[in-house]
Design a protein around this ligand. Sequence first.
Ligand SMILES: [Zn+2]
Length: 244
Amino acid sequence: MEQVDILGVFAHPDDAELSVGGTLIKLKKLGYRTGVLDVTRGEMGTRGTVEGRAAEAQAAARLLGLDTRENLGLRDGHVFSDEVSRVAMVRALRRLKPRVVLTHQQGDSHPDHDAIASVIRQCSRLAAMTKFDPETSSERIQPPIIAHNIFSRRSSISFIVDISGELDAKMEAIAAHASQFYDPGSTEPETMLTSSTYLDEVSSRAKYYGSLIGCAAGEPYFVAEALNVDDPFALLSRPMNLYS
Ligand SMILES: [Zn+2]
């Protein structure tokens, strides 16, 4: 199993692209090892099949430039903070050893998203404890920092990643999940995601967050812990939109 610097942990096979696709593409360009852990196979989705969605996820992984993408195989629509999900998540973290995790925000309206945001916070600590899951405790890790992508709930913003150069590639990676989005030829039922305007909304959202920092597109994050800044000048001298 390949170790990564940054790991996206999201509920369904297209969530990473929709939430943090631009950030993952940018991190790869910067030379980091990137991965995505999809927690479920998306079998509750109105459209698409498990096999089809897995193939789409791998196609999207190539567009994101991921070093690895795996699926934890928990039940879609039934993710809870329980023993099964904690052990599975701790083992994945111990294998992949990310320093940074990108994930959903707590309180998200989708119960799987909300549960995963909490499970990953718990497991980042549990994965560091020697006596948790003794079978894998020799591989215990330092707890990774968790950055929650701000998506469906208002939240204070800790930082926004400039994805001006990555927005087009992000949208291509999203489009690789062809079964999930607008397809005028599809005979499957309509959902909120399959309307002709949904992908415009995704792109408009990125442009809005970009406008807050004076660039063309951005992806916003919340970090619960105080950030440790080594070079405040490098951080604070970045361009920002002083008129927003
Ligand atoms: Zn989802």
